[in-house]
Design a protein around this ligand. Sequence first.
Ligand code: HSE
Length: 456
Amino acid sequence: MNAGRPTDGGAVRVALLGCGTVGSEIVRLLREQAAEFAARAGAPVELAGVAVRRPHKHPELGDLLTTDAHALVTRPDVDVVVEVIGGIEPARTLLLEALKAGKSVVTANKALLAEDGAALAEAADSSGADLFYEASVAGAIPLLRPLRESLAGDRITRVAGIVNGTTNFILSAMTESGSSYGDALEEATRLGYAEADPSADVDGYDAASKAAILASLAFHTRVTAADVHCEGIRHVSAADIAAAAGIGCVIKLLAICERTPGDSGAPESVSARVYPAMIPAAHPLAGVDGAFNAVFVEAEAAGQLMFYGQGAGGAPTASAVLGDVVAVARNLVGGGRGPRESAYASLPVLPIGAVATRYHVSLEVADRAGVLAAIAGEFARHGVSIAAVRQSGGNGGAEPRPADAAPGSARLVVVTHAAPESALAATVAVLAGHDAVRAVDSVLRVEDLGRKGVAP
Ligand code: HSE
């Protein structure tokens, strides 16, 4: 039994919700390194109970097990509730109950934080409890604490990164072997990187939740998952990967959170978006392969920073959770409270139509006089400036006709300067119905991420 409250030298008592891949690592590390946790926290850190749905799967936990998570999170002998069950409910109700009862909360639940983080933060503020969630974004990588604490004296302008290991594994495999999306997904599933239903990863929703959390912390503005524009990687083809290589780029699924300065009466704003994009092969993010995560942070005074490591998995995620547990325990022992997030800036979130990026547009067109001029004219008519045009194949082309090009056709690749998404979308809609355009093969964004000299 607890010898007293943590402030009186008693143990810090932890209720764990969920004991799957991450939860079982938390239990293992708390038990194996108990003396070190006590030394670091200033008091022993003990498990008070573990709530699971199927207790028979965890015989080693004995009397700690319960199926009544609601009773566990409000028990008087519990100081900290650690949630690793994921999903919106019952996690939301349980964590709100815990916070209202004055328990501090450590959670890895990105979906809940991105949907309803404000309610959790308000409940923590009302009761004076800590709410920490380092493990919710990029697994083991210390990222949220640097954004919230280390960079609190700076103005963050952009956070851009690879925050989903499954899709990075798939895109890396496609880049390395030239394989199709389907084959790479199959390999990711066989090796255990992709789940049986991969949609949360491949459709970008997992990354979008993480983008909402990153944008909220970076810009002191409440950004939810609904504010994040989200596109996945299902449509990325082997031809897209090859086209990216052709202009010195690789394709990555990026989460980008950006501050846009105000001008001409428009207020300063932020944007948060997730999509596959071509990035220069020389950019540090381009070399992040396999299931690893990496996040590039730019701040006015600090300049460019990069965070890299394992973004998923039992032990790496448990490392981030337990770092938060020690932080909470230290606060309980010392009688204080950790730094909170703030949303004082309340900057407007730009709709995707107003977000400007460069584009790589690949078209199959009729190879006859006047076609290039007509297509260039459509870009001009919509205010989209062309940076480079390249034609391959066709009747008089210097390069051979692509194997998949119909007779009398040529492949036209147009790379634009930065243009608003709405202008580019309107251009593409017209091109798709243009009598000289046989197919719009692909439209991909090109992000130079602050690096000069992206090809072409
Ligand atoms: N499914 C995620 C990924 C890990 O593939 O990175 C958990 O957020």
